[in-house]
Design a protein around this ligand. Structure first.
Ligand SMILES: CC(C)(COP(=O)(O)OP(=O)(O)OC[C@H]1O[C@@H](n2cnc3c(N)ncnc32)[C@H](O)[C@@H]1OP(=O)(O)O)[C@@H](O)C(=O)NCCC(=O)NCCS
Length: 165
């Protein structure tokens, strides 16, 4: 268990990063390119992990990226990014992206994803991070569910490693 003072989720959260979709953001299908959105999610999650840990962090795992609906040209993407849980040196960051039509203000949930980051010290070794204080029911739910996802991640990794020669 971390001896560092625990931090609240809001202390590091990004609550509404805005990105306007222009024609150069589109794929051949005429909708927003998924790789562009994923890169932004990774970058914003990194900021949350580094704010929380006060260390340089690296992405160690990305899972459960779900594209629920396409974003279109002229949509405004709104990114909500916050830490769900911290363990020893790793942290799960959750991302939700909503596409808003600026003229009608209609909103569509287009993506949810979970990124795991590890905090590193100056020798590039994993280093302890503060625990989380969940202050709302929603944050508590994410905190509990993060543990189920971590178990699944580590079990899958172990099972696959068993086949390594
Ligand atoms: C991240 C990295 C330093 C971890 O190294 P490691 O030898 O596995 O370190 P540790 O064994 O100390 O594990 C560190 C943490 O990562 C977690 N972890 C490792 N692999 C993981 C995976 N695939 N999924 C989820 N968590 C993982 C461990 O469970 C541990 O968590 P904990 O400290 O909270 O219990 C190493 O894997 C690495 O450098 N990866 C490349 C990172 C990178 O280049 N990212 C892209 C650019 S940012």
């Amino acid at each position: 268990m971390s001896k560092l003072p625990a931090k609240t989720v809001n202390d590091s959260a990004i609550e509404g990063h805005i990105y306007k979709v222009f024609p150069n953001d589109l794929n051949a299908h005429g909708t927003a390119f998924g790789g562009m959105i994923m890169a932004k999610c990774d970058r914003l999650s990194l900021v949350v992990a580094e704010r929380h840990s006060s260390h340089v962090c690296v992405t160690v795992s990305v899972d459960s990226i779900h594209f629920m609906a396409p974003a279109k040209e002229n949509d405004t993407l709104i990114f909500k990014v916050s830490i769900n849980r911290a363990w020893n040196s790793s942290m799960e960051i959750g991302v939700k992206v909503v596409a808003e039509n600026s003229y009608t203000r209609e909103k569509r949930h287009i993506l949810s994803a979970y990124f795991t980051f590890v905090a590193l010290n100056d020798d590039n070794k994993s280093v302890q991070v503060p625990q989380i204080i969940a202050e709302t029911d929603e944050q508590e739910r994410r905190y509990q569910q993060a543990s189920i996802r971590r178990q699944a991640r580590l079990q899958t990794m172990d099972a696959l490693n068993a086949y390594k020669t």
